[in-house]
Design a protein around this ligand. Sequence first.
Ligand code: ADP
Length: 164
Amino acid sequence: MMQLQKGDITAFGGDAIVNAANNSLLGGGGVDGAIHKAAGPQLLAECKTLGGCETGQAKITKGYNLPARFVIHTVGPVWYGGEKGEHELLERAYRNSLELALSTDLATIAFPNISTGIYAFPKPQAAQIAISVVKEMFVKAHDLQVTFICFDDENYQLYQKLLA
Ligand code: ADP
């Protein structure tokens, strides 16, 4: 099942939220900053033990003070114009986050709009990639519940159209 919400992903009370992190996993701006602020300093302490994360890969931590039990940290690509493998890297970020959730036996997971903030990936293309990778995953994971949480109006409206 796929659903759409507008607002702040740190309020999500399911099994896991996905963080649009950077390669260091040591915190940043945007949704990453909001997640670390809400989770508390123990999240950064655990992230420091992970040795960073390559673009397109994903790593999992506990959620600490968040309502969600876990945080899946993934790194989306920076948009350099579309000829640097950006599409495939964004697909991998979504796919690897979902695979990690499944291998940890998590069923309710929320995504922000990875790479569409500071990393400047075009929002319409990013939304199509996110939805198509999640649909692919439903073929083998029938009980998965994916919530797209859009913080900005443009993403929210794009997802509303694509999911209608
Ligand atoms: P990236 O570096 O991957 O582009 P950003 O955090 O800059 O990451 O932006 C990714 C998306 O997260 C953007 O669409 C932005 O609007 C959204 N965002 C920012 N804060 C939050 C939040 N608290 N909850 C959910 N989404 C958020």
